[in-house]
Design a protein around this ligand. Structure first.
Ligand code: PHE
Length: 347
């Protein structure tokens, strides 16, 4: 009877003391220390359990029950206190960080297409709308395709128009223009009519400067069929210029010379910087040259497998870097392949 009274009293004190010390705990580590002191194996309430033998059989359940209640009360006080600590910590970190959830997020850097690729794709789209297909020809060509079959024999002074990178393989070279692709398409499709464009990199053995590079893209245009006329040639190119530069752009064809076209011309568009008034970009002329072109030379048609008595055609060659250069007023052509992110980011 006495023992029972003593233990029950002790339990009440254990509970009061434990809850009091819990109030003094400030942070997590302190809380863990409190836990092992008050709920650990040798905590006062646990020791009561091992002393149950001191109590008579009749009273033992009562004391045991009471000890369990105290233990549970401490456990739930512990849990509650832990939650409270976590909440306070979270609140104060939110206050310190001053997180403004209404701010817009940081934009990830997006990649973009090279200005040449962008221009190439515009050209593809325009010609695709006009029913032209894209055909790819090799960068490494033979002298035969790059020159001979285009009516430029070895002795011909017109070879000076294309300073050439020759390879160590006799008769092999880096194409100086996309025109050799004309022969390749014709030989593949003759005697079917042809409407293709041939884009690709060209190479010229030149001193690199602000105005000339050793590599650049070209887009060759080729149409071959029965009864294709000069006015269709003109109409197609003017249509292209309008789609590329705007409905009201003015154009002109200037007589020129290429061994593989007859007659040959160069096409100019009204300078879109000064609208024809004359500026530094058009060197005061009011016009910008955008392509070489002409009616396919009968010898070239024949080399391609078409009978020049029945078939006619037209061809043109334009440079997307030149177009991009003019459009964006880029003052140095070397920017195109320098891979400088500060340049590329602007497009
Ligand atoms: N191949 C010529 C050049 O590189 C351009 C051209 C293509 C001219 C087709 C006429 C016809 O300058």
């Amino acid at each position: 009877m006495l023992e029972e009274q003593g233990l029950l009293q002790e339990l009440a004190q254990i509970q009061v003391r434990a809850l009091e010390t819990l109030q003094a705990v400030q942070e997590q580590t302190g809380l863990q220390v409190w836990r092992s002191a008050n709920l650990g194996r040798s905590a006062p309430v646990m020791r009561i359990f091992s002393r149950l033998g001191e109590v008579s059989k009749e009273e033992r359940p009562l004391v045991g029950q009471r000890a369990n209640q105290v233990k549970q009360a401490l456990e739930s006080a512990y849990e509650e206190y832990e939650n409270r600590l976590q909440e306070t910590a979270l609140r104060s970190s939110l206050e310190q960080d001053r997180l403004d959830v209404t701010l817009p997020g940081r934009q990830p850097e997006r990649g973009r297409l090279h200005p040449s690729t962008q221009t190439l794709r515009r050209i593809y789209r325009i010609f695709a709308e006009m029913g032209f297909q894209i055909y790819l020809a090799p960068d490494i060509e033979t002298d035969e395709y790059n020159f001979e079959l285009l009516n430029i024999p070895a002795y011909h002074p017109a070879r000076d128009m294309w300073d050439t990178f020759h390879t160590t393989n006799e008769g092999m070279l880096l194409r100086t223009h996309t025109s050799p692709g004309q022969i390749r398409v014709m030989r593949e499709y003759a005697p079917e009519p042809i409407r293709v464009i041939l884009p690709g990199m060209c190479y010229r053995y030149e001193q690199i400067s602000a105005r000339s590079e050793i590599q650049f893209n070209q887009v060759e245009v080729l149409a071959v069929g029965e009864g294709i006329t000069f006015s269709e040639f003109k109409g197609t190119l003017i249509d292209f210029a309008r789609r590329m530069y705007g409905e009201d752009v003015r154009t002109r064809l200037r007589p020129s010379y290429f061994p593989f076209t007859e007659p040959s011309a160069e096409m100019d568009v009204e300078c879109f910087i000064c609208r024809g008034e004359g500026c530094a970009i058009c060197k005061g002329s009011g016009w910008l040259e955008i392509m070489g072109c002409g009616m396919v030379h009968p010898i070239v048609l024949q080399n391609g497998g078409y009978d020049p008595a029945r078939f006619t055609g037209f061809a043109a060659g334009m440079g997307p870097e030149r177009i991009a250069l003019l459009r964006h007023r880029i003052e140095d052509i070397r920017h195109f392949w320098a891979n400088d992110i500060r340049f590329l980011e602007q497009f």
